[in-house]
Structures are given as structure tokens and as C-alpha cells.
Design a protein around this ligand. Structure first.
Ligand code: AMP
Length: 135
């Protein structure tokens, strides 16, 4: 069972920003930048291109909505998107509020307190819930 499945089942905590029947989005615990979010299918699959086209398309549609909320909730030049998966073998899309190229290079990290993580997740979640009705 992946660490992300443990988050999905509630076995370990996360700073959740969005969820529906098929996907969950929560803050990356070792963020490149403030608001760095992971979008994860609840079905545990290792590699993104092992998803069916339908599952992949749904994942991208959900990531789009999360990115829109991030763009509004966290000041940045743009939201960058990346898929790697070398550390956690459970599909996840990285969405990073980006101001400089280094924000997408996974080398420089920012330290946030529990309170900062909680406040960020709450702000993004509120924006997501507002946006969701505006499809
Ligand atoms: P990668 O598999 O290389 O795409 O990276 C996995 C990402 O998951 C890294 O950015 C980690 O900081 C992040 N990560 C690992 N464990 C957790 C966790 N328990 N909660 C949130 N993010 C995590």
C-alpha cells in the first residue's frame, strides 16, 4: 500500500485541498514553493501512462480545477505542472505556484510551519469549493 493510499484512507494525515469520488489533492509535505499541491487518483497505479486514456483525462480535468483554485489562492506568476513519481510509486500530478524556474526544479525547498500548511490548505480549499460551481 502506498503512502498516498494511506493518506486517502485516512491512516496518515495530510493538508487536504480538494477531493471528489476519484481524486484527492493535498499539499506536498516538502514543497518547492508555497502552495505546492499533489493531485492523486484514489485508485493506486504506479505510472501515469499506465492509466487508461479515460482515467488520465479525468485526472487532468481535476488537476485543471485545482490549478485554477491555486492560481487564485496563492499569488504567483503561473502554476507549473510536473509528473515524476521516482519517490512515491502512486500516480500524482505536482502543481506548483511558480515565480522562477527553480520552483520547478525540485532542488530548492521551502520550510513551512504546521500552522502555515493548515492556513494554506484552508485558503486553497475554500477557493476550490467556490470555483467548482463555476464550470
Ligand atoms: P516524486 O515521486 O518524485 O514525484 O515525489 C513525491 C513527492 O511526494 C515529493 O515531492 C514529496 O515531498 C511528496 N510526499 C512524500 N510523502 C508525502 C506525504 N506524506 N504528504 C505529502 N507529500 C508527500
Amino acid at each position: 500500500m502506498s503512502i498516498f493510499t494511506k493518506i486517502i484512507t485516512g491512516e496518515i494525515p495530510s493538508y487536504k485541498v480538494a477531493e471528489n469520488e476519484d481524486f484527492i489533492a493535498f499539499l506536498d509535505i516538502n514543497p518547492n514553493a508555497k502552495g505546492h499541491t499533489l493531485v492523486v487518483p484514489k485508485k493506486e497505479e504506479n505510472k501515469i501512462f499506465d492509466l487508461s486514456v479515460a482515467e488520465y483525462t479525468k485526472l487532468m480535468a481535476f488537476s485543471y480545477k485545482v490549478a485554477k483554485a491555486l492560481e487564485k489562492a496563492v499569488p504567483c506568476l503561473r502554476v507549473g505542472m510536473s509528473v515524476i513519481g521516482l519517490e512515491v510509486p502512486h500516480v500524482h500530478v505536482h502543481l506548483v505556484p511558480t515565480n522562477k524556474m527553480a520552483d520547478m526544479q525540485f532542488t530548492e525547498k521551502v520550510q513551512l510551519s504546521k500552522e502555515e500548511f493548515s492556513a494554506l490548505a484552508e485558503t486553497i480549499a475554500k477557493t476550490f469549493n467556490k470555483n467548482e460551481t463555476l464550470d
